[in-house]
Ligand binder design. Structure first.
Ligand code: ATP
Ligand code: MG
Length: 375
């Protein structure tokens, strides 16, 4: 076999990926994507790679969204050119990432992410105790790259060579069935990278798709794996999922699947004890407000988001401190804020430039707090 890692009887540990070798190829006249749907910057990258003798394919969210009838946010490109080979082809191109190098090609305000085909995961990859992949620097073939993608709907390629769509992983079927399905064995794929649990929620709600049953089933139990993900990466992922037009639906799904409690344990605990539902309502209003601003193309702030997400815990601690310590309100609020923020930082990194304004928002609340009639 050309693909030893996928061969039957192989002792290499793979992601339970079946031995499929013949991809589906859908000719240009049999699918709805045309070059008019693709940004000039992305087309420019694809043709530049092709003219230099490399393969250039659109992959990921751009292809997925176009097939699902949604306007793509951005375009990702996949190629057999290494990042070092890609860089000199473009006037403005930066190589980023340590684990797996990517090229960022800039055209004005648009950035096209160009990734080199990834090789298969094997025992050679360095992992932590729960199976999370730590090193990832082996290049591979287009087919191998397809199976390294997270969901089938993200593993579809648009080939600039002949404008066909290439499907190794059954992504087209899942787009038709409107479902998000992991490629390979779900538990293995979540262990490799627990952030995929958050991505499943975000992408499903973005497209109005369901999370397919076997992809959904292990999440509740594997949610604690998020504790092993670096806090800085979780900060980025939390913004993607909650500073988002679908933030309210995402919050509900994250709570249902036990993911929210891994990210914001203090807040989740209060939401569960709060039978009045007032805190949940508050959070949904705050997230809905940000979502609305995004719809209207108004600026939104991570400080406001984190300020709201932690407010239930901050307020409870504030009231406790007022009652038990007799501190002045401003002192109690400052202390409550720093305690809650400090505990939160163990889960999700919040850069100071957002943590400080979030604290200021909390401190302001004391000025309006006339509950105690002290001021
Ligand atoms: P969007 O850009 O709309 O948020 P996306 O699917 O394009 O969604 P990106 O983060 O831009 O998300 O990733 C581009 C592609 O890279 C994905 O479609 C997927 O094929 C692959 N990818 C991203 N993150 C992972 C991951 N954690 N595991 C495996 N593949 C991934
Ligand atoms: Mg993308």
């Amino acid at each position: 076999s050309d693909f030893p890692h996928f061969a039957a009887g192989s002792t290499k540990k793979t992601s339970g990926i079946p031995a499929i070798t013949e991809p589906k190829r859908i000719a240009r006249e049999d699918h709805p994507i045309s070059r008019a749907d693709i940004s000039h910057a992305a087309l420019k990258v694809l043709y530049t790679l092709k003219d230099a003798g490399y393969r250039g394919l659109l992959v990921g969210g751009g292809v997925r969204d176009l097939l699902a009838g949604v306007v793509p946010k951005d375009f990702d490109v996949s190629t057999d050119a290494t990042p070092e080979q890609t860089r000199p082809l473009f006037r403005s191109c930066r190589l980023i990432g340590r684990r797996f190098k990517l090229a960022h090609v800039r055209f004005g305000r648009e950035i096209i992410e160009v990734s080199t085909f990834r090789g298969p995961v094997s025992d050679d990859h360095e992992r932590d105790d729960s199976g999370r992949i730590l090193s990832d620097n082996v290049y591979g073939t287009l087919e191998q790259d397809a199976f390294r993608r997270d969901f089938t709907v993200n593993g579809l390629y648009y080939d600039i060579e002949d404008f066909s769509i290439i499907d190794y992983v059954g992504g087209l079927e899942d787009i038709r069935a409107r479902q998000i399905r992991l490629i390979g064995d779900p538990e293995t794929r979540y262990r490799e990278d627990p952030v995929r649990m958050l991505r499943a929620v975000r992408i499903a709600n973005k497209l109005g798709f369901e999370i397919e049953a076997s992809t959904r089933a292990p999440i509740q139990e594997l949610a604690p794996l998020l504790a092993d993900v670096p806090a800085a990466r979780l900060f980025e992922e939390v913004l993607k999922v909650l500073l988002n037009k679908d933030a309210v639906a995402n919050l509900r799904a994250l709570r249902e699947l036990g993911l929210f409690g891994q990210l914001f344990p203090q807040t989740e605990q209060i939401l569960q004890l709060d039978h009045s539902g007032a805190y949940l309502k508050f959070l949904e209003l705050a997230l809905g407000n940000t979502a609305q601003r995004l719809v209207e193309d108004q600026p939104v702030s991570p400080a406001f988001l984190y300020g709201a997400l932690l407010w239930p815990a901050v307020e409870q601690r504030y009231v406790e401190l007022l009652d038990t310590q007799g501190h002045p309100p401003a002192v109690a609020m400052a202390q409550a804020g720093s305690e809650v923020l400090g505990r939160q930082l163990q889960r999700v990194a919040i850069p100071k430039r957002f943590g400080m304004p979030a604290s200021e928002i909390w401190n302001l609340q004391t000025r309006f707090d006339r509950r105690r009639g002290k001021y």
